[in-house]
Design a protein around this ligand. Structure first.
Ligand code: CBF
Length: 835
């Protein structure tokens, strides 16, 4: 029989249950209690770190109240739920965000002040949770915030890496160095270890088909490890709904092997435990490349297997038939990284639940949804067949079975079209053969989407063209990415947030969740006093950034200059090289100007930040060039008042929160058709920074919203790219002829103006030979666009109007809009009010 709950007297339980602290005195009380008990420290020797920990623990208590109530509600009502499977969650810091979402920021600020601390110092102690590389991981974090804020029953599933993205150091020569990020070293108050929630995950071993007329097989032997859950609370904004992000840690199943130890084989005894722990030890620091490493494949399977087991257990608790699984569960695949979930669910349904193939496949293809985040060929995941066969023998059998049935149906529709069969096969021929994960994700999902309109079109017309023809276009959609206005406006730009609330006379609790209300700012472009306030906030944000750079790097920044920012992963397609070559061009032009001419020039400070994958030689050379150009031009008395340049090391979510509100103009200058969406473009614009960019990704939709007169576009368009590349290969024109201005810049670098002449040759040669990313085609129009920015900036009244208009029209890019599109058009889930 079921155990009675609660044990004992219900009233006693209820009377003792805590509620969320809302007044300053309960907040200080809980803070001090944590100092005394959880931290076991004395008030007189409490430093800022201790104060942060006490504040975090006390906020955590509040979150837990809501988190428990949300979980109870979901369990009782058993609504359909969605699960967001992502190998990356780039969460950044939690304390400030939690306080804002709980509506308790002022109360905590007052409380910690009473205890002798400042909120800024306390917040500053927190380390970023940097379990991601860039846009894809940060998008996952924004979507969790929006799901909770929109009261949607959505959980995230990921890995609890011991080391997040590496810490970036810059050597005196300007080289990127990588150091580990031991982010858990000071303990993480935001996670709840759930040692009671664990699953066994098998690798290697042997798979034998039953050959009993069923598709079943037995998978035995090999290595078994344990997945242990760590839960992270995800509070919604001004709602009780507090969802969950479940991260898995790997552990040896049997712990230390005492037999080997007793037999004198100490190494074997620790090896098993080390190899299990290694699975979740480190985040792979590559953005947009797939390296085919066994440990990465292990991570993918470990995580998808544990997550599916957990989802199934929860589903079974509802007591429904397994055929109803897709009515209660939607699983979103964040890129192809979790695609193994498709054969894994087939394995469970067939081998463990004893379903026939057709029934199992129907369940699978109604459960999964796949988002593609890039069309760059080097990023499309493929796994060597021999590796899969060794690590996951049963899954390879299932993939082959899926492929056979799939190709039979293709053959039926296009009889005799062997080319098509070869193109569409899940298995790419070659040595070794490889499994094409994007194709598997596509055919195993109910719907597929890209992340901005142009990108979704490209998905349909390039990488998945045959699949669109075969399956029909209605399976393929678009959900343009979004960003959470809580972190990317309210938290990072509190003054602007307050001005908006004051001016619109709408509480931020309302407009932060209905971002299109910002449109009401439009008439204020004509209000001079409002413009002054607006410009004043931008100026103070620039000073805040300058102060940050001064205190962290000891550098003094000219805050009377235009702030021009490009911050993102270093990659050839994002063309930081174009930007730095443009800076050199500006420098050379300034050097040739008379004193009179210089008076007309508006000073500019250029900021770069971003990490390069440790093995990405060309991207690392770009960093080195930026750092060395900065060294020369920042020291040149002829120009330094008019142009300076900074590479800010160790880019992170927290650094972005300081940089973005301070930007006048930001650069999003990828070769057309290469940046799927971009999301920092949205963050800058939401904070009233203008955009300089190519006609690519979400830049296009931003321009549609804010009006083309408010953005600075340049460069060739996507349809021209293929032809230009063809010309580069078959009819190359020397750069001197094609683009003399660029040739001059390259020659100056080669000539040693920035030191180490020979060092940069491989980087410069990517442009001189082949120029795959079309810098020589876009350079002149890029320089012209920069000149237009200068020109526009001279008219400050008009500039501020553009800035206000830009913010006002950013409503579409709230991640609330995006997550609601997923909820309605993809997952079919509904909001659940937690009362
Ligand atoms: O969709 C989120 C982001 O994902 C990427 O970062 C990715 O990893 N594929 C893309 O490069 C971005 O364009 C996109 O915004």
């Amino acid at each position: 029989g079921k155990e009675k709950w609660p044990r004992g007297e219900e009233k006693v339980w209820k009377d003792c249950m805590r509620d969320v602290d809302t007044d300053v005195s309960s907040i200080t009380k809980s803070f001090v209690n944590h100092v005394q008990t959880s931290l076991a420290r004395q008030p007189y020797n409490l430093d800022n770190l201790g104060a942060y920990q006490a504040a975090a623990l006390s906020v955590r208590d509040n979150l837990l109240v809501n988190w428990n109530e949300t979980a109870l509600q979901y369990t009782r009502k058993a609504p359909k739920r969605a699960y967001y499977l992502s190998l990356e969650f780039l969460m950044g810091r939690t304390l400030d965000n939690a306080l804002l979402n709980l509506g308790l920021k002022d109360q905590y600020a007052e409380g910690v002040k009473k205890l002798g601390f400042t909120m800024e110092d306390v917040l500053d102690q927190e380390r970023d949770a940097a379990l991601g590389n860039g846009g894809l991981g940060r998008l996952a974090a924004c979507y969790l915030d929006s799901s909770a804020s929109q009261e949607l029953p959505v959980w995230g599933y990921g890995l609890r890496y011991k080391y997040g993205i590496f810490q970036q150091l810059i050597s005196p020569a300007g080289e990127q160095l990588e150091a580990p990020d031991p982010w858990l070293d000071n303990q993480n108050p935001w996670e709840l270890p759930r040692l009671d929630v664990s699953y066994e995950v098998r690798f290697y071993g042997h798979a034998e088909r039953m050959n009993d007329g069923t598709p079943r097989a037995m998978w035995t032997g090999g290595q078994e490890v344990l997945a242990v859950a760590y839960d992270v609370m995800i509070p919604g904004c001004y709602t009780k709904t507090t969802n969950n992000l479940r991260l898995w840690e790997s552990k040896p199943k049997r712990g230390f092997d005492l037999n080997s130890f007793n037999a004198g084989n100490y190494e074997a005894a620790v090896e098993a435990s080390n190899s299990a722990a290694a699975i979740t030890s480190v985040l792979y620091p590559n953005d947009h490349t797939s390296f085919g490493k066994e440990l990465r494949l292990k991570q993918q399977y470990f995580w998808t297997a544990a997550s599916l087991a957990d989802i199934l257990r929860r589903f079974k608790n509802i007591g429904k038939s397994i055929t109803e699984f897709p009515d209660y569960v939607a699983i979103q695949l964040n890129d192809t990284h979790p695609t193994l979930a498709i054969p894994e669910l087939m394995r469970i349904l067939i081998d463990e639940e004893d379903l026939d193939w057709a029934t199992a496949w129907k369940i699978v293809t109604n459960t999964f949804f796949y988002t593609n985040h890039t069309v760059l060929p080097e990023a499309l995941e493929k796994w060597p067949v021999p590796l899969l066969e060794h690590l996951l023998p049963r899954h390879l059998q299932i993939i082959y079975d899926i492929n056979l049935l799939f190709l039979q149906s293709v053959e039926k529709k296009y009889p005799g079209d062997r080319d098509r069969l070869a193109r569409m096969s899940l298995i790419e021929e070659g040595f070794p053969k490889q499994v094409r994960m994007a194709y598997l994700a596509c055919i195993g999902s109910r719907k597929v989407n890209g992340v901005a309109e142009l990108h979704s079109e490209l998905v349909k017309t390039t990488i998945l063209k045959d699949f669109v023809e075969f399956e029909g276009v209605s399976k393929f959609g678009n959900v343009t990415n979004g960003i959470t206005p809580r972190r990317w406006l309210d938290q990072c730009n509190p003054e602007l947030s307050a001005l908006i609330s004051r001016t619109l006379k709408v509480d931020k609790a309302v407009w932060l969740k209905e971002l299109t209300l910002l449109e009401k700012l439009l008439p204020l472009t004509e209000d001079a006093a409002f413009r002054t306030e607006w410009a004043g906030i931008k100026q103070r944000n620039k000073e805040r950034l300058a102060h940050h750079v001064q205190t962290t790097l000891g550098l003094t920044i000219n805050t009377n200059a235009m702030f021009d920012v490009q911050i993102k992963r270093l990659h050839e397609y994002k063309r930081q090289t174009l930007n730095i070559l443009g800076v050199i061009h500006r420098y050379l032009t300034l050097k040739n100007m008379s004193a009179e001419e210089k008076k007309k020039v508006n000073p500019r400070v250029v900021f770069f930040a971003g990490k390069a994958a440790p093995a990405y030689y060309i991207a690392k050379l770009t960093i080195r060039l930026i750092v060395n150009v900065a060294r020369i031009i920042n020291a040149d008395p002829d120009t330094k008042d008019l142009l300076s340049l900074y590479f800010l090391p160790d880019y992170s979510v927290s650094l972005a929160e300081v940089l973005i509100p301070a930007s006048d103009i930001s650069q999003h200058i990828s070769t057309a058709g290469t940046e799927a969406s971009g999301t920092s473009n949205m963050k800058f614009c939401l904070n009233g920074g203008l955009l300089l960019g190519t006609v690519d990704g979400a830049n296009i939709e931003i321009a549609e919203e804010v009006g083309e007169s408010n953005v600075f576009f340049f460069g060739h368009l996507t349809p021209a790219v293929e032809d230009l590349r063809y010309q580069h290969t078959y009819h190359p024109v020397p750069i001197e002829e094609k683009c003399p201005a660029l040739a001059n810049v390259l020659n100056q670098v080669s000539g040693g103006l920035f030191g180490d002449a020979h060092v940069y040759e491989p980087l410069l040669n990517t442009i001189r030979q082949g120029d795959y990313y079309l810098l020589s085609d876009d350079f002149d129009s890029y320089i012209a666009a920069l000149a237009m920015v200068d020109e526009a900036y001279l008219d400050q009244t008009e500039w501020v109007k553009k800035s206000i208009r830009t913010t006002a029209k950013m409503g579409k890019f709230s991640s609330d809009r995006a997550i609601n599109e997923y909820a309605e058009s993809y997952w079919n889930i509904e909001a659940q009010r937690v009362v």
